[in-house]
Design a protein around this ligand. Structure first.
Ligand SMILES: Cc1cc2nc3c(=O)[nH]c(=O)nc-3n(C[C@H](O)[C@H](O)[C@H](O)COP(=O)(O)O)c2cc1C
Length: 397
């Protein structure tokens, strides 16, 4: 349902900007709320007065507005259920694809976490330009939905591809976005994240470099796909998190939490880096260095949470393991899936500096029970998470 949805429309400097007046009217007629952000070039083609009258809201233009304490690019991001940039100029497409934030519209696009749609419109030569096409591909990879331009008579007097998609089509695509059946609705998904901390004494622990970002991304995307999500993590809970969060420290604490949550779950993503060993005895008081030149800490094996959950999983439950290796990645991952009997293994190479632990990026191999392997090329962890869910459960629409 589009009714009562908050639609942020971004208008850039293209001749098709005038058509967006009709788009605003369509959204308003269908009881959606509309706010408009425009680039300065856009206002060469359409006036703020027209846009304000149609949207019944002020038009947002200035990056450095003083009207509100909360910066506009944050408050508009919070407000908008969807961000539709139409027409999207070659110039703004290039900026957004490359993370450039030199005006309010491009800053919003950079900060916006929900779905962005862009409807490009430009002359055929511009549309076919290699750099523009590369930027479009980049945006698609970043999960931006592109409403492709049409072929036809263009304002510059030529015939070819580049004309803004019909306003009714842009409206339908956005409307459909709110009507899509979500792939994980009705499913309970449990996700573990972060590296466990195994106490030596009250102030020291043995840990690892896992940041919990990949698990968090899986949890976010599963939530967006309609799942009832529980995130069991060693990382600090995020403010305003919209789903259940359980914070744990050690592998034993994680095991208890997973056992409890898994009982009623459909899917478990074991994304956490669980320590293989823990100190046998945790000292009650801080260990003092006086009179001690060396310290021996005896380690004992931790339970293998992934293997234990795979042993008790029922027919309708799925367990997805993650494996981080610094050598022979695929080989180890394949032997792990066979040995532990999980449904999928997602393998990532932690020897690389540009992906994996602590990085914002990842590149993974998804391996199924028949040892079929799919590579997901380097991308942000959020996008890798989206691609994993798409590969395993299909698209939302
Ligand atoms: C009359 C006229 C029409 C234009 N039409 C388009 C267009 O349809 N698509 C486009 O990408 N650029 C078009 N441009 C060029 C953009 O306005 C220009 O690249 C501008 O810098 C875009 O700024 P913005 O992306 O910040 O809105 C046009 C320029 C003029 C003067």
């Amino acid at each position: 349902m589009i009714k009562n949805k908050n639609i942020l429309i971004g208008i850039t400097g293209g001749i098709a900007a005038y058509k967006i007046c009709e788009l605003i009217r369509l959204f308003k007629k269908n009881d959606a709320n509309v706010k408009v952000v425009a680039t300065k070039s856009a206002l060469e083609f359409v006036t703020p007065l027209t846009l304000e009258t149609l949207s019944q809201e002020p038009v947002y233009i200035e990056q450095f507005s003083t009207s509100d304490r909360k910066p506009e690019h944050i408050s508009l991001c919070d407000w908008a259920d969807v961000f539709v940039i139409a027409p999207a100029s070659a110039n703004s497409i290039g900026k957004i694809a490359n993370g450039i934030c030199d005006n309010l519209l491009t800053s919003l696009a950079c900060a916006y976490k929900k779905q962005i749609f862009i409807a490009p419109a430009m002359n055929t030569g511009m549309w076919e330009n290699q750099a523009v096409q590369k930027n479009i591909e980049t945006l698609k990879n970043y999960n931006v939905k592109v409403i492709e331009p049409e072929s036809g008579f263009l304002a510059c007097g030529t015939n070819g591809v580049g004309r803004l998609a019909e306003v009714s089509e842009i409206f339908d695509v956005v409307k459909k976005h709110f009507e899509t059946k979500k792939i994980l609705s009705g499913k309970k998904v449990v996700v573990t994240a972060g590296g466990t901390k195994e106490n030596i004494d009250p102030v020291r622990y043995i840990g690892n470099y896992s940041s919990g970002k990949m698990g968090k991304a899986i949890a976010n995307k599963a939530f967006e796909a309609g799942a009832d999500v529980t995130l069991i993590t060693t990382a600090a809970a995020h403010k305003n998190q919209e789903y259940k969060n359980i914070t744990v420290n050690s592998a034993l604490e994680m095991l208890n939490a997973v056992k409890q949550e898994f009982e009623s779950a459909d899917i478990l993503f074991m994304t956490a880096a669980v320590a293989d060993y823990r100190p046998e005895n945790v000292q009650e008081n801080k260990i003092k260095k006086e009179n001690k030149d060396e310290l021996v800490v005896k380690l004992v094996k931790n339970p293998d949470i992934l293997a234990e959950m795979c042993k008790i999983k029922k027919q309708n439950q799925q367990v997805i393991g993650f494996c981080a290796e610094s050598e022979n990645l695929i080989e180890y991952a394949k032997s792990k899936i066979t040995k532990k009997n999980c449904d999928y293994i997602i393998a990532n190479d932690i020897s690389r500096k540009d992906t994996g632990f602590s990085s914002e990026f990842n590149e993974v191999f998804v391996i199924d029970k028949n040892l079929n392997t799919t590579k997901l090329e380097k991308n942000t962890k959020e996008n890798i998470a989206a691609k994993i869910l798409e590969l395993l459960y299909g698209k939302n629409d």
